[in-house]
Design a protein around this ligand. Sequence first.
Ligand code: LLP
Length: 390
Amino acid sequence: MGTPTHVYSRALLRERYSALDTAFAGYPHDLHYAIKANATLAVVREMRAAGGHADANSGGEIELALRAGFSPDQIVFTGVGKTHDELVRAVTLGVKAINAESPGEMERIQAIAATHNTVARVAVRVNPDVDAGSHPNISTGHKTTKFGMSVVQAYAMVTEMAQRPNLRVVGLHVHIGSQITDSLPLTQAAATIATMATTLAAQGITLEHLDIGGGLGIAYEPGQRVLSPEEYAAAVLPVVRPTGLRLVLEPGRWITGPAGVLLARVVDLKTQADGRLFVIVDAGMTDLIRPALYGAWHEIEAVIPRDGAAVDCDIVGPVCETSDTIGKQRSLPPVAVGDLVVVRDTGAYGSVMASNYNRRPFAAEVMVDGRSWRVVRRRQTVDDMLQWEA
Ligand code: LLP
């Protein structure tokens, strides 16, 4: 296939979906796979085949979910800035829940539903004001962030919604961030909406589900302490159980992250004046932006390690920015131009965050299934890249 290429394991996708599903088996729940983590059609279809539902964050992800075979009642639609067209589409499809983020959005959904003579199923996204303890760029549950509404605002909005003829309040939603490795914020967030649901029930407003979002972290570095699915379930089920409401989860990274790697080839080696060795590969921030954007760590290994003493190096891409780094201060076996390296845990927020910066085409994507493999997205060509331009 050439390089760079994203490679996914079908077995691992299935295995991880089922590990998470099994951890929650003792309580009524739906896993709505967060499409944003990996939106390649073959991956999303795999999540559906495994029994999952879908979490969409844009009109594009709604369309993708439909093409992957999900029915509207299996889709929840979240997003901090939904456009009129996106809302019209979601309302007329009749998705399972539109997670509303503001009073203005509630009014727009009501108006659209009235125009189309229908009743929209709406949930309210609550900002529980908890610190997810993750990287600031991907922590969303603090009151200073743009996401959701405070508990006080959310109560007012649910009460208001219950009066609207074209809205049906079906749930409460929280998502406090991603790559969370501590159970406490997850418990606090779930407890916030569970308590609200109980209070609302006492006022005669009965919901259908509690949506606790995604966020479960994975071990990017060897030995990194993360929560197991069982620990995750133990952190949230005790607070959700008393409500008796169906639980909705929106996992992304935990399922697809470790099920993908990025293959790249060494294109040059050089030692700078200060003695630093650079291993320059043909994958860069256009294929995997996480190290540049969040200082994220991904394990990097030689596919066929050569004998000899390990070398200290920075592994970098070809893009014209110093931020275009895949791994800083790493140790690799001796490498030569032409060698293949593998970057691990790139199955989530890898290909979905790719760009054509420097007119670099999107990498190919391959699904390995047992001893066979197939191309699930061919490498983009220059013609593909230019096809919309006049
Ligand atoms: N639900 C909502 C509403 C979300 O915003 C997200 C992720 C998820 C579910 C899935 O979260 P997960 O289970 O994957 O943690 N690009 C960043 C991650 C951004 C996450 C955005 N929202 C990264 O590469 O680390």
